[in-house]
Ligand binder design. Structure first.
Ligand code: GLN
Length: 367
């Protein structure tokens, strides 16, 4: 689903003037440093892909000059940074990043660290840490002026947009693949539960982990009616991860509401945010969210700390939840809600990724 481009960066003085607009079309892009001399020395400049000048223009008026290879054109999106040390392939193919650019911060991926030829892309991360996630336009089109690109970045917002409909499957299907045995560490033999999994941009490893635990899984589109799901008489329903603003998909919240209390349900990330709303709570946008494989979470039921993989810009406001809903997990970096349960209705959910691949695997408890 994702286009990607690798770029070297040189920061020039912020430019704050503006002029035209364009329709938003967003893809996940990764920003990676390599100097032109390195590219030339390695022969990359002669490879089939085109190396071209590129610019990342942020809505704050800053213009970041770059060299790109692997993709060309102009893309608009929200720039977020990810602190994971490994797994950038999985990050770039995670549908939850639809509408966003991913800026890797690990020196081995996102930048070259000590390199006097290039400005370190961690400078962009610092900017995002100050101001929060920013909309940006990444372009290799020389015909577009900085002002035009700036205007594009200022005339689009990721808030309020339904991004899950663009990444969900279009028809139901059965999922059978398990975690490859060389990577498996917790699994059960035999069939356990029949699950309907709502695909809001579901990650394959969620499905693999469930299959390894013996679940028989039917994946359904985001618009699949609750009544059809209930007719399938599943033992449980999973609401998956997915991109974008959870308050911009009221139809999905309605589906969740219709299912709650009738069968046990579990939500991951977007699924957790939809459950929070279906229970009467509200979500809010965080400053720059949580994106990385190193987030400490406290499981309040056990007192144990789990290191978790996270990828979200929104969170459920615990103060907005009705009585009876229990906050089961808390992010120890900022105290935000990382898990919910409502035992009276057999509901549980996590804001983070217990199935993370690559790990950490602290939250894959096994049986
Ligand atoms: N990984 C996800 O499901 C992301 C959830 C939601 N799109 C957010 O950014 O908060």
């Amino acid at each position: 689903m994702a286009a990607s481009a690798s770029m070297s960066f040189t920061l020039i003085k912020p430019n704050s003037s503006s002029s035209s607009s364009a329709s938003p079309k967003c893809r996940v892009l990764t920003l990676r440093c390599a100097s032109q001399s390195q590219l030339a020395a390695s022969g990359l400049a002669e490879r089939p892909w085109k190396v071209s000048d590129a610019r990342l223009v942020l809505e704050d008026g800053s213009v970041w000059k770059a060299k790109s290879f692997g993709a060309s054109g102009t893309q608009l999106g929200e720039v977020v940074f990810n602190t994971s040390l490994t797994g950038y392939q999985e990050i770039l193919t995670d549908p939850s990043y639809a509408g966003q650019f991913v800026l890797m911060t690990n020196p081995h991926i996102g930048n070259t660290g000590v390199n006097f030829d290039d400005v370190d892309t961690r400078a962009i991360t610092r900017r995002l840490r100050e101001d929060g996630s920013l909309i940006g336009v990444l372009s290799t089109e020389e015909s577009k002026t900085d002002e035009e690109l700036l205007e594009m970045s200022r005339s689009w917002d990721i808030v309020g947009i339904d991004l899950i409909s663009g990444v969900s499957c279009k028809a139901p299907y059965e999922w059978v693949d398990k975690t490859n045995s060389e990577w498996d560490f917790n699994s059960t033999g035999g069939e356990t539960f029949r699950i309907v999994a709502y695909d809001f941009g579901i990650k394959h490893n969620i499905l693999r982990r469930l299959a390894s635990y013996g679940c028989k899984i039917t994946v359904v589109p985001s618009t699949w009616p609750a009544s059809e799901t209930l007719k399938m008489k599943p033992d449980g329903v999973l609401f998956s991860n997915g991109p974008g603003d959870p308050s911009a998909v009221p139809y999905a919240v309605e589906t969740v509401k219709e299912i709650l209390g009738k069968v046990p349900v579990f939500g991951i990330c977007m699924g957790h945010q939809l459950l929070g709303q279906a229970l009467g709570g509200k979500t809010f946008k965080m400053k720059f969210g949580h994106h990385g494989g190193n987030h400490p979470v406290c499981n309040l039921r056990t007192g144990h700390v789990e290191i978790s993989a996270q990828n979200h810009n929104y969170a459920v406001d615990p103060a907005s939840l009705p009585e009876g809903v229990e906050v089961t997990h808390v992010n120890l970096n900022d105290g935000s809600c990382a898990g919910l349960a409502y035992p009276a209705k057999n509901i549980m959910s996590l804001q983070y990724h217990p199935e993370a691949s690559p790990g950490p695997h602290d939250s894959d408890y096994g049986k």
